[in-house]
Design a protein around this ligand. Sequence first.
Ligand code: AMP
Length: 188
Amino acid sequence: MKIIVFMGPPGAGKGTQAKKICETLNIPQISTGDILRKAIQNGTELGKLAKSYIDKGELVPDSVVIGIVEERIKQDDCKNGFLLDGFPRTIKQAEELDKLLESLNKKINIVINLDVPEEEIVKRLLNRAKIENRTDDTEPVIRNRMKTYLKQTYPLIQYYEKKGLLKNINGLGTIEEITKSIMNVIQN
Ligand code: AMP
């Protein structure tokens, strides 16, 4: 049973690395961002609500994402472990996750924090905006996502450090180099 939390600023390469790690460990990748974007594409009520926050670079309310994660991790394919990509993003989400896992008799094994300096992040996100056409990758929204990250998500680093779960990984380098560093800390 491996429960992995993947953290890092927007554009750190969480999604890319999470996918590789999940393929290697054969566990599902649970990306709240992907789930919300799918809901937007499908035009559901959840999608409409999520879009109003995502397009401004703000976080979707805690209760909404917690509900999504709760439903997802109770599914059968999560019984041997899973990787949370982009969740939790606030202390409240982290606390609710702890409660939820406790009620299921599970616990987080490791928290990976992909460390990338802010200037590099903005550069990467602007570049991704051109390639992926995400509506939340315009410069003002990117700056706001960074602000949101620093204010609401960054404190989680200390939260998990105190619990002895945090592993910092240098997010600069080739995709392969970074995957290797992550696999090293997961397997040790
Ligand atoms: P991501 O693809 O992980 O960068 O997420 C894209 C956007 O979805 C974020 O900027 C938030 O608006 C929203 N989102 C994703 N995950 C969460 C979360 N755990 N809590 C709140 N909002 C989220």
